[in-house]
Design a protein around this ligand. Sequence first.
Ligand SMILES: [Fe+2]
Ligand SMILES: [Fe+2]
Length: 316
Amino acid sequence: MDTKDYFRIRLSTIRPDEPSPFAIYILIDGKMITYLNEGDVLTPEKVQALHQKDSGESFFVLNERKAMYRQYIKDAMNSNLITNDNKAIILRESSIAILEDLFENPDVGIALEESKPIISDLLQFMDTAPGSIGNLISLSGHDFYTYNHSFDVSIYSLGLGQALGFDKAMLSELGTASLFHDIGKRNVSIDILCKRGPLDENEWIQMRMHPQFGLKILNEHPGLSDAVRAACYEHHESWSGGGYPQDISGQEIHPFARIVALTDTYDAMTTQRSYNIPMKPTEALNMMKVKLAAKFDPEMLKAMYSVLFKMEKKTG
Ligand SMILES: [Fe+2]
Ligand SMILES: [Fe+2]
């Protein structure tokens, strides 16, 4: 059996002191090793021992147990014994692990399909526990590029969409649009994406290609709406002009792209990248209000304040 027979999970989604209904594996030196047998209990000592060894965060469950794992997460989300704040963490950690798998999957069609339950779970959580949405945002404050970023941008965008009065169907489309806004970064070299320090001119040219790359990838999937494509292609355009790749401005930019432009910038400023220190939420908001205001749709920028007020990032 090889790694494609497994899917990734985060250990923080496993309830301690309760027998696990499925076995959990860990990838060591390219080999899947059993970490917890089916029916065994994940004790705090076991988790602790692992942290001391610092063996990373990649745990796996057999694909044939996927439905069971999803039900296990659903049970947690419906449990009266788990607080909403902890539910937010479970939802976040289970979604991120799926995204991690999906973003590495060469088949974008599968990624688009399998991301749907993530978005509907998020929307449901926003309905049932609006006060805990802030806990969906990463606590770690690092890891700018990748799944965390896409996930956080989705949370902010859904919050903003809700504040702008979007209905369920539009929100769910906005969820997809935000999750995949940077999909074109698949085609940018990893050395550039993870470079410690500012990019040189050539590297910038490559980096700035990601909206085009993304559009090309999404165009291969005819089921997607123009809105999803626009969010990917136009999220680096600027309200006052001067953005890329088309240098369009104002209402010419699709509303979804205007939303992602805002939430993407905010997440970038408040998250630790390889070479900067993250800004505090209030600093970032101030910067957007004062120095960057012209870049964003003013109505949306205004709505963004109220959203952030509700879900203040926990790193602050
Ligand atoms: Fe981007
Ligand atoms: Fe982004």
